[in-house]
Write a protein that binds this ligand. Structure first.
Ligand code: ATP
Ligand code: MG
Length: 409
């Protein structure tokens, strides 16, 4: 038997529970990831102790999902979720069990879990408890529902999206009966909140095994979430996957590739529907709006574009054009943009060597005229970055004050 590495704190929690007469194991994603040699994101513990019993044993705890029997134990500023063995009751809405019952049998707790690879418990002294042969499925790279997969998707439709996401995260294939059940139950995904759908989709697009992503639309799952996106992705399956594979793992870039056939307005509507954050929506829409135009290959217009859409957006645009429009002059623009960044050229009013306050000191009254003047000075600096000094800009201000009546609206 091989052993898994456990952080000292997780081992301590198991030990404390054990010495007080309770069973305790690490379970779920952390066991799966450890077996795969991946670093677990968090360490979940399953125990026969009741929530109140767990709370009594550790000085720092808080109730996370007490209604599901989960207590968070804090050790050395790290959170560990400790959940009492439980059996889920009837499912009300294809997502939430109506009630949960605690049990003293680990096997019953493992039975409620979604996939065999997620239903393995481990204890440093006892080794693996793996009644559904999750280790064999992990070794074979297979995602298999625990028990009757149809029933499992009916209970909680989110499991279908988790299934597709795990396939793309781990490079696993979906076992035949599990996949057939998934295809047969796609309509149930309509019961799942958009927030949970978006969360899973975000993880899916950031996954490394892009070749597994088509499971989302080939299964019919995406058609239930957004028929238009499903149709469009189905039509372009071929170039899409290498494009995604080439793309850095960043949500804004990956969403832009996924939504490349959408107008900015369509993309905004779609992402708002998924309750995406405003920054992501704005960025994706900006990128889609700029995508078809070549990025300038000369310094002034390039600085001007950076000033208008923002430096970060321009960097993303260049990356995106390199992937989606490889024949555009993005390489030349990119080299130039690197130089501009390395030179630290001023691109915004924030880094202009003169401020509104300075203008007032020169006698420019506050108002629209001042805004216009600042814009003109920025434009001059975008043309001639070397002119971004306080002396030169002040000189310009004084010249303009003499020549025109700034401030008089
Ligand atoms: P990740 O953290 O990468 O999302 P994970 O498998 O750790 O993967 P969590 O949501 O952290 O997923 O859940 C921990 C464990 O709880 C899972 O491994 C699984 O055993 C169980 N679990 C989570 N969600 C479900 C679900 N919807 N249905 C059944 N079991 C679930
Ligand atoms: Mg997890």
């Amino acid at each position: 038997m091989y052993s898994l590495f456990l952080p000292a704190d997780a081992a301590e929690i198991l030990h404390t529970l054990n010495t007080h007469g309770h069973e305790a194991y690490i379970v779920g994603g952390c066991v799966r990831d450890s077996i795969l040699g991946r670093t677990p994101q968090d360490w979940d513990i399953t125990t026969s102790a009741l929530p109140e019993e767990t709370k009594a044993l550790f000085p720092h705890t808080f109730d996370t999902g007490i209604q599901h029997g989960t207590i968070t134990v804090v050790l050395h500023r790290t959170n560990y979720e400790v959940t009492t063995y439980r059996v889920d009751g009837e499912y009300a809405d294809c997502r939430h069990p109506i009630g949960v019952t605690y049990t003293k049998k680990l096997e019953e707790d493992l039975l409620r879990r979604d996939f065999t690879m997620n239903a393995i418990a481990y204890h440093p002294k006892e080794g693996f408890r793996d009644p559904f042969h999750g280790q064999a499925d992990i070794a074979a790279g297979i995602i298999r529902g625990v028990g009757d997969p149809a029933l499992r998707f009916q209970e909680d439709a989110l499991r279908m999206l988790r299934c597709v996401r795990f396939a793309a995260q781990l490079g696993f294939s979906v076992e035949e009966a599990t996949y057939a059940a998934l295809c047969a139950h796609t309509a149930l995904i309509r019961n799942i909140s958009v927030e949970r759908i978006r969360e899973e989709m975000d993880k899916l697009w950031l996954s490394p095994y892009t070749e597994k992503m088509p499971l989302l639309w080939e299964s019919g799952l995406l058609a239930q979430i957004d028929p238009m996106l499903s149709t469009r992705l189905m039509c372009r399956s071929q170039p899409l996957l290498p494009q995604l594979a080439q793309c850095p793992k960043e949500a804004i870039l990956r969403w832009s590739i996924i939504l490349q056939d959408f107008t900015p307005l369509e993309a905004e509507h779609f992402l708002r529907g998924l309750k995406c954050d405003n920054f992501t929506i704005k960025q994706v829409c900006l990128l889609l709006a700029q995508l078809a135009d070549d990025v300038p290959t000369e310094a002034y217009p390039l600085r001007k574009l950076a000033s208008t859409i923002g430096a970060e957006t321009l960097s993303r645009l260049l990356t995106l054009q390199g992937i989606l429009r490889p024949l555009s002059p993005h390489t030349t623009s990119k080299a130039l943009w690197q130089n501009i960044l390395a030179d630290g050229d001023c691109l915004t009013l924030k880094t202009l060597a003169i401020s509104g306050k300075d203008l007032m000191a020169c006698g420019v009254p506050h108002g629209k005229g001042m805004g216009r003047l600042l814009d003109e000075l920025l434009d001059m600096v975008l043309r001639h970055p070397e002119k971004n000094t306080k002396e030169l800009l002040t000189e310009q201000v004084l010249l303009r004050l003499q020549a025109a009546d700034y401030g008089k609206e």
